[in-house]
Design a protein around this ligand. Structure first.
Ligand code: 3BY
Ligand code: FES
Ligand code: FE
Length: 430
């Protein structure tokens, strides 16, 4: 591993080695994986939390996790715990899960239902809008209105819940939302129910999880279940005489499918803005192979009751990727969403949520086993790949390797976005 000779100065507040980080960011070699400290260093992990996860829009949940007034979930991002509740007017709200009395954690559970938010320590009580409504023994001069819960920014993008811990969140989210709404709205995720949710722990850095997600170079060799429904020519490939016909055929299928879907009111064209904006995103609706209905083992729908008012099972897969931490696949019968939560330099949680129409009946319209089979298998394969990468990066022999210009363009886009956002934020915080 190459080491830097730059002088190391500690950040006045965090005590971290920001100069070394700045040097590593500055000398990142385009088109290559990152240097080892980006995956291994706990200091850089803390910097990732500060500059990426506390300043950008983070995908944390789907609206069907909180269908009723009083439903809540908690989400931990580094040392910050966030409480998301649905209030009596059905509005989703997010608060720091921190009591305004002496700072106690308010809710310890990951999900549940509550009437008011009651602190377990001295029972200060907040309503679902975060207002302090009750606090005993605080005297005549105590002002309840100065002790409401601290809010966290929240956006519900057609059922996808994003939060931002920054005081001033990136404003371009509104534009991303406006662009994405026509793609997502027809699937009516907000009218779904959660059919299954699985959390897996990966012994690897969150960036390796994201990089792995941004390419399908590894798919043929590792994902026998996923590649049943995905067209191989959708993965990107070095063009040549051996695959010219296959690529041309695939492109024709995409054009024909897009024409059909667009005519049904389903926007399908690719939008590619992963590394060109603060709230990086990408979308595309792609046809699925074989029966072409869903990402299942037999490529047929996993749920007989289709989403929204769909009658056509063959709507392909609408994918939506966001920086820094999510990807989603919307099909005719279900939606599968992935949220990546960093835990430490070498540990990452991936939460996968499968949603079906809220009136679909388990055992009649779908089975959880069939619905989740492809992505449970694929997630486990990806976990192994991430763990292999983490192990290799930790070796003294590791050096940044070259990305394929044909199949790893989006991995590069992730790294470009990451390095750029870190540089900007690091400079601004000095
Ligand atoms: O399809 C996905 O979401 C990613 C990309 C390829 C491998 N991985 C399963
Ligand atoms: Fe919450 Fe005292 S810390 S009521
Ligand atoms: Fe994969």
């Amino acid at each position: 591993m190459t080491t830097t000779t730059a002088p190391v100065t500690l950040h006045p507040r965090t005590g971290r080695a920001d100069a070394m980080l700045a040097t590593l960011l500055e000398r990142r070699r385009p088109g290559h994986s990152l240097e080892a400290p980006f995956y291994l260093s706990e200091d850089i992990f803390q910097a990732d939390l500060e500059h990426i996860f506390r300043r950008h829009w983070i995908f944390v949940a789907v609206a069907p996790q909180l269908p009723e007034p009083g439903d809540f979930i908690t989400v931990d991002i580094g040392a910050d715990s966030v409480l998301i509740v649905r209030d009596d007017d059905m509005q989703l709200r997010a608060f720091h899960n921190v009591c305004r009395h002496r700072g106690s954690r308010l809710c310890d559970e990951h999900q549940g239902s509550l009437g008011n938010i009651v602190c377990p320590y001295h029972q200060w009580t907040y309503d679902l809008e975060g207002k302090l409504i009750h606090a005993d023994h605080m005297g005549e001069t105590f002002l309840r209105e100065q002790h409401h819960l601290h809010k966290v920014h929240l956006r519900d993008l057609e059922g996808l819940i994003f939060i931002c811990l920054a005081d001033e969140p990136p404003a371009d989210f509104e534009e991303v939302a406006a662009r994405m709404r026509p793609y997502l709205a027809p699937h009516k995720l907000s009218e779904c129910k959660v059919a299954a949710q699985v959390e897996i722990l990966e012994q690897g850095n969150w960036k390796l999880t994201m990089e792995n997600n941004r390419e399908c170079y590894h798919c043929v060799g590792n994902h026998p279940e996923l590649t049943i429904s995905l067209y191989e020519h959708g993965f990107g490939a070095q063009p040549g005489p051996q695959n010219a016909e296959g690529i041309a055929q695939f492109e024709q299928i995409v054009r024909d499918s897009h024409a059909r879907w667009e005519a049904m009111g389903l926007p399908s064209a690719r939008i590619e803005e992963l590394d060109t904006r603060v709230t990086g995103f990408r979308t595309q609706r792609l046809p699925l192979d074989r029966a072409g209905e869903s990402q299942t083992m037999n490529t047929e729908v996993a749920c007989r009751k289709l989403l929204a008012d769909f009658t056509d099972k063959s709507l392909g897969g609408l994918s939506f990727w966001t920086q820094p931490n999510s990807w989603h696949h919307f099909m005719s019968d279900h939606v599968v969403s992935f949220s990546v939560i960093p835990l430490s330099a070498g540990r990452t949680m991936v939460r996968t949520t499968w949603c079906v129409h809220k009136d679909a009946v388990e055992g009649v319209d779908y089975t959880v086993e069939n619905l989740t089979a492809v992505w449970n298998a694929t997630n486990d394969q990806d976990r192994r790949l991430v763990e292999f990468s983490q192990a290799g990066v930790a070796s003294s022999a590791y050096q940044p390797g070259p990305y394929s210009p044909f199949t790893e363009g989006l991995v590069e886009a992730f790294c470009v976005w990451y390095v750029d956002r870190m540089r900007v934020s690091l400079t601004a915080s000095r």
